[in-house]
Design a protein around this ligand. Structure first.
Ligand code: ATP
Ligand code: MG
Length: 184
């Protein structure tokens, strides 16, 4: 597509120590046993806003709006426990939830949505639900026992920036590229 910068989304990247600690916590419980198409730890992130294919002009506007947005102060969040969308008995997405920091993430997603709207993108109608996707399951499966069998997955970390990612859907798997980060 002429003039396209690719498939973009805005999210919260994980610090490498957080990524490692979370991977270690899950490995103790056998992350290898998770059902579905497991997201490799290097790809773990929280999506704030998925954009899809974006044109160069739109991307320039978006970068400007994000740079000027009042993103608020950095904050702590706590990953706490596994869950599933739309429900455990018929899961398509297995995730790690956020306990402390969830309301700040919600607020941040709202500010991002305003910037995205100001940049001219159509608004998102799906409500924001903060989560870290661990695996995508097709067809849906009952993950109740997987969740019950997983021990305590609790980890505190700091959110001090948001990131504009470009997603490359490659044969070997999806690869994310950091286009720009914006400090809180
Ligand atoms: P793959 O598509 O290969 O499974 P992925 O889903 O991680 O990889 P993308 O499809 O580019 O890569 O998605 C990037 C991020 O945006 C992911 O967190 C994904 O869950 C989220 N996302 C993708 N499509 C949508 C959508 N339509 N609405 C909301 N979030 C989405
Ligand atoms: Mg996808």
């Amino acid at each position: 597509m002429v003039g396209s910068v690719g498939r973009l989304f805005i999210g919260v990247d994980l610090r490498s120590d957080t990524r490692q600690a979370l991977a270690a916590l899950l490995a103790e419980d056998g992350v290898g046993r998770l059902p579905g198409r497991v997201v490799p730890p290097m790809n773990w992130h929280l999506t704030l806003r998925f954009l899809g294919e974006v044109e160069v002009v739109e991307c320039d506007r978006l970068l400007m709006e994000l740079a000027g947005a009042h993103l608020g102060n950095s904050f702590e969040m706590v990953f706490d426990g596994l869950g599933a969308f739309p429900r455990r008995e018929r899961a398509t997405v297995l995730w790690v939830g956020i306990n402390e920091g969830e309301s700040q993430l919600q607020t941040l997603a709202g500010v991002v949505e305003e910037a995205v709207a100001a940049a001219g993108f159509p608004s998102e109608d799906r409500p924001f639900r903060a989560h870290l996707t661990l695996s995508r399951i097709r067809p849906p499966q009952d993950v109740s026992t997987v969740i019950a069998a997983t021990g305590v997955v609790r980890l505190r970390t700091r959110v001090d920036e948001i990131t504009l990612f470009r997603s490359h859907l490659e044969h070997g798997g999806t690869r994310y590229e950091v286009l720009e980060s914006f400090g809180l």
